[in-house]
Design a protein. Structure first.
Length: 401
């Protein structure tokens, strides 16, 4: 099918819940993508950080192919020979006690919410159906009814109600507001260490540490959603490490599947995860051997190939150079590791014309939150590739200005 046919067929038959750039991709390798005409692009989105290991990583692919010929879905009604090793590797890497495996990031967050509520009733002693969870304005935790119910994005919520009660929202990064919102029925504080979809918003230094102290003092669980920030993106395995904080519940997903297979997980203490009894939670595909085999290799290459350290090193350089962009359109440049953003001054049409220009110059990036362009390439990016990207970004910006 020709390019335009593909696009019109998609538009005719598909739901309209995405507005992609009109580039039809056919191949990927490392940080590079190619469209159906053979044009090459440097991927600065990395599938919203689900491809930290780079496109079609050969070792992860080998595991996928091998495991797909052995056993893929025996179901959790039986045991399989892959799950235990995955638990071991993930716990070791993230310094966690226990794991609950799901598929999508949304499900991991839903699961974390269920666990926090159960802990609230069974351990903290909150009266039946009174549990409250504090979340942050401008959050993104997924698209389920419960989760969009506490979103502050009107577009994500509109016409989807009624929503689940039991959530209240405070400004992100505001420890005093958090403190004031905690009451005896508060079971958890749920936040992203850096807000991803909200536009790569970094809280003030010390915020997570202060949140940890408040949660300790008031017997509240600290739940950090690291679905996007986790697994090396910010230059550490988990972003919470930047502040030396350990959450009670951490969610990971996206890159856990190395860009090949959806898998997510809830990491928590014995105290929290031992509260779930057989039949109280689950998922048909959650923790299947294809997923866990792929995830183990995805974690292994992250470590073995120094991707986390590389994210710190290249991110520092990339960010410094982005800060040097000479453009009147730029309002702020921010980031940590390879999770970076250029925020533009607000104007009609937002950042879309810049993303279009970037595409014409061979860099694929997408606006988030209207005026923000996120730059989050795969963590395998080399210095030469960063320079290549920067050169194109400078040209694209000078063209739109
Ligand atoms: C992407 C994301 C999710 C949702 O993950 P899905 O796999 O799309 O369900 C949840 N939380 C955060 C922080 C995310 O970035």
């Amino acid at each position: 099918m020709a390019n335009t046919d593909t696009i019109s067929t998609e538009q005719r038959l598909g739901a309209g819940n995405y507005k992609p750039l009109d580039v039809v991709l056919a191949r990927g390798s490392g940080v590079w993508l190619w469209d159906v005409h053979g044009n090459q692009y440097l991927d600065c989105l990395a599938a919203y950080s689900a491809v930290n290991q780079g496109h079609c990583h050969p070792k992860i692919r080998e595991t996928l192919v091998e495991q797909s010929a052995k056993l893929t879905l025996p179901s959790r009604a039986f045991r399989d020979d892959r799950l235990a090793a995955f638990y071991q590797d993930l716990c070791k890497l993230t310094n966690s006690h226990k794991v609950l495996v799901m598929n999508s990031g949304t499900e991991a967050v839903e699961t974390a919410i269920k666990c926090a509520r159960k802990w609230g009733y069974l351990v903290k002693g909150v009266p039946e159906d009174k549990a409250e969870i504090i979340v942050c304005d401008n959050n993104f935790h997924g698209r389920s009814i419960a989760i969009v119910g506490f979103s502050s994005s009107a577009n994500s919520r509109a016409d989807f109600g009624p929503f689940a009660p039991g959530f209240r929202s405070v400004p992100f990064g505001d420890a005093a507001a958090l403190e004031a919102a905690i009451n005896p029925n508060t079971v958890a504080f749920l936040a992203e260490p850096i807000q991803g979809e909200g536009g790569v918003v970094i809280p003030p230094d010390g915020f997570l540490r202060r949140a940890r102290e408040l949660c300790d003092a008031r017997n509240v669980l600290l739940v950090l959603d690291e679905v996007q920030t986790g697994l090396g993106r910010t230059g550490r395995i988990l972003a919470e490490e930047h502040e030396g904080v350990e959450a009670d519940i951490t969610t990971v997903g996206k890159s856990l599947g190395g860009g090949f297979y959806p898998i997510s997980a809830v990491l928590a203490s014995e105290e929290v995860l031992s509260l779930l009894k057989p039949g109280q939670h689950g998922s048909t595909f959650g923790g299947n051997p294809l997923a866990t085999a792929v995830a183990r290799t995805a974690l292994r290459v992250l470590r073995e190939e120094g991707m986390v350290e590389n994210a710190a090193e290249q991110g520092e350089y990339f960010l410094r150079e982005l800060r040097g962009l000479r453009s009147n359109a730029v309002r702020e440049v921010r980031g940590r590791g390879l999770m970076m953003a250029v925020e533009l001054h607000s104007r009609e049409g937002g950042a879309t014309p810049w993303c279009e220009s970037l595409r014409r110059h061979g860099v694929l990036a997408k606006e988030t939150h209207g005026d923000v362009i996120r730059f989050s390439p795969p963590l395998v990016i080399t210095r030469d590739e960063v320079d290549w990207a920067l050169e194109r970004i400078r040209r694209a910006f000078s063209e739109v200005d």
